[in-house]
Structures are given as C-alpha cells and as structure tokens.
Design a protein around this ligand. Sequence first.
Ligand SMILES: [Zn+2]
Length: 108
Amino acid sequence: MSLNIQRNDTVQVISGSGRGKQGRVLRVMPDKDRILVEHIHVIKKNVKPNPQKNIKGGIAEQEAPIHVSNVLLVCGTCGPTRVGHKFEGETKVRVCRKCGATLAPKKK
Ligand SMILES: [Zn+2]
C-alpha cells in the first residue's frame, strides 16, 4: 500500500511532541510508514570533531522520522484533512475528504 503523504506536502502533526505544528515533508519512507517533517521532532545529535573532513564537533539538530498515522495532510482550503482518492481519467489523484478539492498530484 502506498502512503497518502508525499514529499513536499504540508502536514499537521496530530499526536506526539510536535502536536498541532505544521511542516513540510522532507522525506518519505514507505517501507517503514514514516516521514521526516521539517522542524518537527527535531533531535539533538552529538557530533565528534573530525579535522580531516573539516567537521567541527558539537551538537547538530536533525529531524527524526515520525509515523504517518501521526499526521494529517493539510488542504489549502480547509486545513488538516483526511485524504480520499478519485480517478481523473487514468490518473489516480488525492482529494480532500472535506471539500473535495484535488490535492497536489504526484510530481516526478
Ligand atoms: Zn479541503
């Protein structure tokens, strides 16, 4: 089964630490049902200095994956929504379950 969430979608977090926040989807991991969302669930990582690679040590911030069931896709018209599907000709498109608007189709 493919995910309803795609890269560059705007999603709203509905549970967990980032609850209520919106962000852009940076990466989708379909095999794990997880996504990376910009500025959501940011974790701090200790980075060891490596002079040979010109890496300064310290603390780096990095998004950690969250499960797709913790987010809703944001419809441009009515906000966070569940996603439905319909066919436009041969193409399956995502639609907002509330207002029926077509949500950005897959770009390759
Ligand atoms: Zn809508």
